[in-house]
Design a protein around this ligand. Sequence first.
Ligand code: FAD
Length: 550
Amino acid sequence: MLRLNEVKLPLNHAETELSAAILARLGIGADDLLGFTVFKRSYDARKKSAIVLIYSLDIDVRDEAAVLQRVRHDRHDIHLMPSPDMTYNYVADGKQLAAHPEFKRPVVIGIGPCGLLTALILAQMGLRPIILERGKVVRERTVDTFGFWRQRKLNPESNVQFGEGGAGTFSDGKLYSQIKDPKHYGRKVLTEFVKAGAPEEIVYVSKPHIGTFRLVKMVESMRENIEALGGEYRFDSKVTDIDIEESDNGRQVRAVILESGEKIVTDHVVLAIGHSARDTFQMLYDRGVYIEAKPFSIGFRVEHPQSLIDACRFGPNAGHPILGAADYKLVHHASNGRAVYSFCMCPGGTVVAAASEPGRLVTNGMSQYSRNERNANSAIVVSISPEVDYPGHPLAGMEFQRRLEEKAFELGGGTYDAPGQLMGDFVAGRASTEFGAVLPSYKPAVHLTDLAQILPEYAVTALREAFPAFDKQLKGYFRHDAVLTGLETRTSSPIRIKRRDDTLQSLNTAGLFPAGEGAGYAGGILSAGVDGIKVAEAVALSMAAAQSAR
Ligand code: FAD
């Protein structure tokens, strides 16, 4: 199989033009082309009236060696190479490890995208993981989450952050990432998602997304698969302590303890707990697990009419089914040294109440697969760092988040209504009193006020500079009645539970595998899944090493 990159065709090309383009590029006849599949499809919309689709194609030809040689010799403008082998290979014979009389099942804490992929790979290897999740099964969790949005009743253990599927379940379901992935683990994640019911296009479009409802079904189907392979799920099972044995050889995990008091004996614990498990971060810190503070970002969700973003990005091609609802990416380097950027942009979606602690308020964004809600939303956030903004303690970033979320709760009226403001008023420094043409999508409601009261001065200054500057990147962005909703504080984890590069185990606690977003090793669904695979492999290799040492 050969991979042909950079095949460019107009947006509205006919199906047959793809094979014609291959024949022309490779200088072969139709009989020599045995077949092809689209590996990736992206677009270049820099020229709105002439948007171009860019393909990477996997091609089966009659004489691969001859085609490769001819192209390499004569056509340096053509990007052709043998297709890389992307088959996923398991690193250990789990069934053999599990058959050992001293085998102890690995424990995965948290079943977000990271825990899901860890559990799946461990189960596929035959290592029968036990999965402990503090929240509920996804359908019950959905009732609690939608209940919170409608009735303002927060269940601290079952919400947007906690429960089966993790933080990304009620989301836009964007499935792309900029991580380096030489072993093609991202492909394994996407392939498993497709097997579990995600649309097939996610493996080949450049910016795939699946939306909330499909994610819910996918998470259920993956659970059935993991259980059929010998994995065991336990919901309403918050881990509140861990047993660490200390000896001359160092520290080694020996068990996890649930809120009920039950102890589960194990030597391998994967911590896939996400960025909102603040009580668990505290417990780990109290148990002496090495943790350090890391940078994250703070800001607002911003809503514009989706039609404005579509027109701005795609011009006359706005609404084209291949392009879908347009997204955007913005960055501004403010004169006070702060970077301001768009994050987790959700085309045609809604702003959601993403709180997990009573009396604290935080926003995020979600959409359905169709992305056909009237507003585009994105977090617009300012980078902050432990050195400058919350120095002194590994958990200081977490406390900083809490204080901001409390302020947001109070400013919203103390009922989980979010504080909001019009963009024009925020930049001009006056409170808003009524909405314009853009109506906020956040539920239960948005309470208009002066958002500058919640954020630190440097963040307000940077944002006030950034909004007008963004208008130069996206015409119409600086719009008086665009709605800002507060507050974004959980763009990524405020801590890193540092691990060794070789074994992926905690820096000072063997058998503990910090993983995914909460541990500071991923940011987003896909990268959390990729990290989950890496950690599953590290667990299996550690078990194999322990067994051969016996
Ligand atoms: P999480 O998904 O946070 O999962 C952690 C799990 O651990 C949770 O289920 C939690 O209940 C459980 N847990 C925590 N502590 C314990 C404990 N002590 N005992 C037992 N269980 C515990 N990313 C994207 O890439 N694309 C998007 O479109 C996108 N949209 C998002 C929209 C929203 C509303 C939110 C909140 C996030 C979104 N994200 C998105 C971010 C993405 O969801 C996260 O990056 C991803 O879920 C992180 O995966 P994770 O498995 O590391 O952690």
